[in-house]
Design a protein around this ligand. Structure first.
Ligand SMILES: [Zn+2]
Length: 378
């Protein structure tokens, strides 16, 4: 159940009630691709850095260890020892981006595993069954993330098929949730809006899927190579056609600045690999831009990554020490950077919620953007 608490301009502040607890939105979901946050971050760490939702990838878990294994072990929550909400993606994005040779038909997609090359078939029913076996809190509908750029005709056909797939996802999820031995019988389903940068297709599709009374709605197929301005424009024209009384999830986005802009356009769920991927490369976020800790200027810098940051890394370790660990290729260096970055994102969302609560989101956004644009120089 989604409870809209406050609006400030188009920015939404809400609570989303799930069987695994209440999510305060806007929220950033921390990406744990194979049921682990890359960079040796445990679920105990996630609790400490304020993670509300963990996100795992259906395709990866289907290929390894296999969703039937996870099901026999009691579902993803038990398997990874995490009792808060988990969102699983549908597998669609990986099928279309990672997997080798693939063939799209009305029934679904046949493709090759990126692990051992064996043939896998996945359609809406299979994706729902896998996600039901994983027993996540929120399941995503199986869709096609069309290539960017593609022709208008390709996009139109693709979005129409994605709509038919969504109906099949909903029917299958209803069936699975009604079975007595399903682990999470209150699993929720989010539909996904597609249409690339074709405004009219986006709007038509948003109207179509809004009629289905789903638990939430995502905007997919963005951050795939279009400019930030194009992405913001698509949000401007599309989000008003998605239900305001449901969560709006912008998939795979993005930088702190992207998040600030999208919140201002009514988006309240986010996920992105940037904080973890950048952290693993020694790139850390601060309120005045990103720092590269490999840089020689941090060799004797005994300050924390960011003064005043309350993350487990900054409370204890210096830039100089983390730089040394990174240079020595010690796993701890990577881990400390990822912990700081995820805390930074989670904390940014907390500040965003506070600003919407206080009715000063516009001002807050401008002040944050000005800081991020400083390029790490203070
Ligand atoms: Zn920190």
């Amino acid at each position: 159940m989604y409870k809209l608490l406050k609006k400030d301009g188009r920015a939404k502040r809400a609570e989303f009630h799930t069987v695994h607890g209440v999510i305060q939105t806007p929220v950033f979901m921390n990406v744990g691709t194979v049921a682990a946050i890359k960079g040796a971050v445990s679920t105990a760490d996630l609790e400490e850095i304020g993670t509300q939702v963990e996100l795992s990838n259906t395709y990866h878990l289907h290929v390894r260890p296999g969703d039937h294994i996870v099901r026999q072990l009691g579902g993803l929550h038990k398997f990874m020892s995490w009792d808060r909400p988990i969102l699983t993606d549908s597998g669609g994005f990986q099928v279309f981006s990672l997997a080798g040779l693939r063939k799209i038909k009305e029934e679904g997609v046949t493709f090759q595993s990126h692990i051992d090359g064996h043939k896998i078939f996945m359609g809406p029913e299979e994706s729902m069954q896998i996600q039901s076996n994983l027993a996540s809190t929120i399941a995503m509908a199986f869709d096609e993330c069309a290539p960017h750029p593609c022709t208008r005709e390709y996009m139109q056909n693709s979005v129409e098929r994605t709509t038919r797939w969504l109906l099949r996802c909903k029917a299958e999820m209803d069936r699975l949730n009604s079975l007595p031995d399903t682990i999470n019988r209150q699993q929720m389903l989010f539909g996904i809006n597609q249409g690339g940068t074709f405004e009219d297709i986006r709007i038509w599709h948003a109207k179509e899927i809004s009629q289905l009374k789903l638990d939430g709605y995502a905007v997919g197929g963005l951050a795939v190579g279009e400019s930030h301005e194009e992405m913001y424009h698509i949000l401007d024209v599309t989000v008003p056609f998605l239900p305001e009384d449901k969560p709006t999830y912008l998939m795979g986005v993005g930088t702190p600045a992207n998040i600030l802009e999208a919140v201002d356009r009514g988006v309240d769920f986010f996920d992105c690999v940037y904080p973890t991927r950048n952290g693993r490369h020694g790139h850390v976020y601060t309120n005045y831009g990103k720092l590269n800790l490999f840089n020689a200027k941090y060799e004797l810098d005994d300050r924390p990554i960011e003064e005043g940051c309350q993350c487990p890394t900054c409370r204890r370790y210096s830039r100089a020490y983390i730089r040394h660990l990174l240079k020595a290729k010690e796993m701890l260096g990577m881990r400390l950077c990822v912990l700081h970055n995820l805390y930074f994102y989670n904390h940014l969302m907390e500040e965003i919620r506070g600003a919407i609560d206080a009715g000063c989101y516009g001002e807050f956004k401008q002040q944050k953007l000005a800081g991020f644009a400083m390029g790490g120089q203070k």
